[in-house]
Design a protein around this ligand. Structure first.
Ligand code: NAP
Ligand code: F7E
Length: 324
């Protein structure tokens, strides 16, 4: 059985990827960092089938020891400080975890076993102030946040280890992907969770920032399948993963609230604290290469995505469950 090593397994994508790999018969080793309170809520349903091990992207020794001990065939680097807004308040930490962490892990692989296949979670945030519409693998980068800048570094160091050491290093340039397990601070989940709370009479207000920005939103379950497909290729490469549709935050609001028979204009307040110092106005990806080379395509439409997130939030709130 192949062994996969996942950093960021407690996050949205880590939980879906772990499920996906377990179904394919992998031994899954997940790296978790030490926290004073356990945060395994996204993986509690599969915890007994995972090997959870302790390490941190800021501590290279831990990465080397874990790779030596578990000898994975594939490494998926999903760990990052991934919230764009926080990256302005914590730019150095974001650089340490999201940028330099990639080098620490790549170099640990080079030292322990350069045959290990490596996946880097790159991001459409690298395109930032976009130079071309839609964005593809060859579109130049112009990041607009410390997070985007850190991801550009992570992307190029991945390409560099591929070119310098002939390692199997792949960068997946993933556009926004969401799910019922999305963190509550991201705009999609913030909207679906509040729409459900408003429907149930638990609140009557939703405070948001810029409603005009446009994103290419897909379903996280589809996107982890693309990560795995990338590492099954003989030749490592870079791939854009996206739906090729773009919608504004306002459209997302309209879709979620109208599904609940609510008018979002009665509840939404624009609040400057959620505006960003520099915004990414428009993202829309061109996944043609992934379609041709990986046979990948998304299976969940924008409307289905919004509805499955609202339904899940309604169910959790009705059952008094802690949000994932
Ligand atoms: P997420 O839910 O925020 O999960 C991030 C994970 O990284 C968590 O497990 C977190 O652990 C871990 N982590 C953070 N700092 C760490 C450190 N110093 N050492 C070890 N682990 C650390 O993010 P996601 O949405 O699943 O995204 C997964 C990856 O894809 C990230 O790299 C993100 O930047 C990238 N990405 C995401 C999207 C998207 O739309 N979701 C699009 C493109 C790229 P804790 O639970 O302990 O905090
Ligand atoms: O913001 C606007 C905000 O925080 C989306 C991460 O996974 O995807 C994600 O980054 C848009 C922005 O995601 C609020 O200004 C308005 O224009 O949900 P978000 P993001 O910044 O696109 C990329 C691909 C990643 O790689 C990242 O890791 O929504 N917006 N009002 C708001 N955003 C938030 N969070 N909260 C608001 O109240």
């Amino acid at each position: 059985m192949p062994t996969a090593f996942i950093t960021g397994i407690t996050g949205q994508d880590g939980s879906y990827l772990a499920e996906f790999l377990l179904e394919r018969g992998y031994d899954v080793v997940g790296m978790v960092r030490r926290t004073s309170t356990l945060n395994f809520h996204r993986i509690s349903h599969i915890q007994d089938r995972l090997k959870l091990v302790s390490g941190d992207m800021l501590d290279q020794i831990s990465l080397i020891h874990l790779l030596e001990e578990h000898r994975p065939d594939e490494v998926y680097n999903l760990a990052a400080q991934s919230f764009v807004q926080t990256s302005w308040g914590q730019p150095v930490f974001t650089g340490e975890a999201t940028a330099l962490g990639v080098t620490r892990l790549l170099d640990a692989i080079r030292l322990v076993d350069p045959q290990i296949r490596f996946y880097q979670a790159s991001s459409s945030e690298m395109f930032g102030k976009v130079r071309e519409v839609p964005q593809r693998e060859t579109t130049p980068f112009h990041p607009r946040s410390p997070y985007g800048v850190a991801k550009v570094y992570g992307h190029w160091i991945t390409v560099n280890y591929r070119e310098s050491y002939d390692m199997h290093c792949t960068s997946g340039i993933l556009f926004n992907h969401e799910s019922p397990r999305r963190g509550l601070e991201f705009v999609t989940r913030k909207i679906t969770h509040h729409a459900a709370m408003i429907k149930l009479g638990m609140t009557d207000e939703l405070r948001l920032g810029n409603l005009d920005s446009r994103r290419d939103w897909g379903f996280a379950g589809d996107y982890v399948r693309a990560m795995w497909l990338m590492l099954q290729q003989d030749i490592p490469d870079d791939f854009v993963i996206a739906t090729s549709e773009t919608h504004s935050v306002e459209e997302f609001l309209g879709e979620a609230f109208s599904y609940m028979d609510l008018d979002w204009k009665e509840y939404v307040v624009q609040d400057p604290q959620f505006m960003r110092p520099a915004e990414v106005d428009l993202l829309v990806g061109d996944p043609t290469k992934a379609g041709k080379k990986l046979g990948w395509e998304p299976t969940v439409t924008f409307r289905q995505l919004v509805r499955l997130m609202v339904d899940s939030d309604l169910r959790m709130l009705r059952n008094g469950e802690t949000p994932m």
